[in-house]
Design a protein around this ligand. Structure first.
Ligand code: PLP
Length: 393
């Protein structure tokens, strides 16, 4: 038994949380069990909520900026958990990582310039490029023998052909669960360096890595790969505090940093979310043990799902994740029609998952499944899925 409780079901309905409270608005029904958006159903431990409540109990929420103890907490976390050191000055706080991606697109490219991504990938990558009138270039990941791989030749060819200016890297990769190795990252970094491509390395999932794998931060690849790097980090996935809106964007090069900050300034951004700052300081100071236990719990959830699929619904293939709490289910052995798949998931299984089509045009027969919930919820979801598949036959 661990110190923390991940098993208790907490009813989040009625809090305006998008995971549980928007079924009617977004899916047209309110009876779906939600395993979609990357949002966890676990409560932070008392030692952390205590800090947040203490700050809130003052009842004054005026303009707030980080002091040195904030930067010390961020620095401690990345040094201890990811093996690199940062200076306070290298950190820029934004409302979120997606917001920072948009800032990077606007700071380091012009309308019409090409930005490269690797689909299937977290859908705001493509959206952010398109809504800013940049050219979207896709280096499709290769799905081979149940695992995803990078097509390095295609990556370099497309960078040259399109004069790509910026690469949006997802590391670890949402939704396919790859934890890229140092060697893979070095190959990407070397190509980007040789062609003068800026890299936004989105490492928001870096704290979620399963045993026998380890995350390599882009920051640790070598000094020669840091001068066009924008590193996206945030406690919002690790500690499920997206609603508190704090991301720490780490930019080693001072000229790159100034350009990024200027872009931030012209949006009118000024001070940070006061509660978000307090929470970030607290989780990065006191959150280690909770995260370690959380990962063990998620590993148990993953093992449960894998066993369940193998025993009961082997026609659904699990793409084995190396990291993240998001699973990628391959339904190509079930149907070749995405409308049939939607019918199975929503109308028969009464589940709310993320359909693969939103992550790229070639993955309409996949679904993303969020396992960051109490085991009992997962058991219910898998049984509902099994029931839907049985009725189908
Ligand atoms: C890869 C990736 N980047 C960014 C985000 C969202 O970050 P934020 O809420 O800080 O914009 C997510 C959320 O799921 C994500 O998976």
């Amino acid at each position: 038994m661990g110190k923390y409780d991940f098993d208790t079901y907490i009813d989040r309905r009625g809090t305006s949380c998008i995971k549980w409270d928007f079924g009617m608005e977004r899916k047209g029904r309110d009876d779906l069990l939600p395993l979609w958006v990357a949002d966890m159903d676990f409560r932070l431990p008392d030692e952390i909520t205590g800090d947040i409540v203490k700050r809130a109990s003052q009842g004054i929420f005026g303009y707030t900026d980080p002091k040195q103890d904030y930067y010390d907490a961020v620095r401690r976390w990345f040094k201890k958990r990811h093996g690199f050191d940062i200076e306070s000055d290298q950190v820029t706080i934004t409302h979120g990582v997606v917001y920072a991606i948009v800032l990077a697109i606007r700071a380091f490219t012009e309308p019409g310039d090409a930005v490269i991504i690797q689909q299937p990938v977290y859908y705001p990558f493509a959206e952010s490029v398109r809504v800013n009138s940049r050219k979207l270039v896709n280096n499709q990941l290769i799905y081979r023998d149940g695992r995803y791989e990078i097509d390095f030749e295609d990556f370099e060819k497309k960078i040259i052909e399109n004069k790509v200016k910026l690469f949006l890297l997802c590391s670890p990769h949402n939704p396919v669960g790859c934890v890229w190795t140092r060697n893979e990252l070095l190959r990407l970094a070397d190509i980007c360096r040789r062609h003068g491509v800026y890299v936004f390395a989105d490492e928001i999932h870096s704290d979620f890595v399963y045993s026998s794998f380890s995350h390599t931060s882009y920051m640790t690849l070598g000094d020669e790969f840091r001068d066009r790097l924008i590193l996206g980090t945030s406690p919002s996935k690790t500690f499920n505090m997206a609603g508190l809106q704090v991301a720490n964007i780490i930019i080693p090069d001072s000229a790159v940093r100034e350009k990024f900050r200027h872009e931030n300034m012209i949006t009118g951004y000024s001070q940070c979310n006061a509660i978000g700052l307090e929470a970030t300081k607290s989780v990065y100071t006191k959150g280690d043990e909770w995260v370690d236990e959380l990962i063990t719990y998620l590993q148990g959830n993953l093992d449960y799902v894998r066993d369940y699929l193998n025993k009961n619904i082997p026609q659904i293939k699990l793409v084995e994740p190396e990291g993240t709490y998001l699973l990628w289910f391959d339904f190509t052995g079930v149907t070749d029609d995405s409308r049939v798949l939607e019918d199975i998931i929503v109308d028969r299984a009464h589940l709310w998952l993320d359909p693969g089509i939103i992550f790229g045009s070639r993955t309409a027969l996949f679904e993303r499944v969020n396992i960051a919930c109490p085991r009992s919820v997962l058991v219910k979801a898998m049984e509902q899925l099994h029931g839907a598949m049985e009725n189908l036959q």
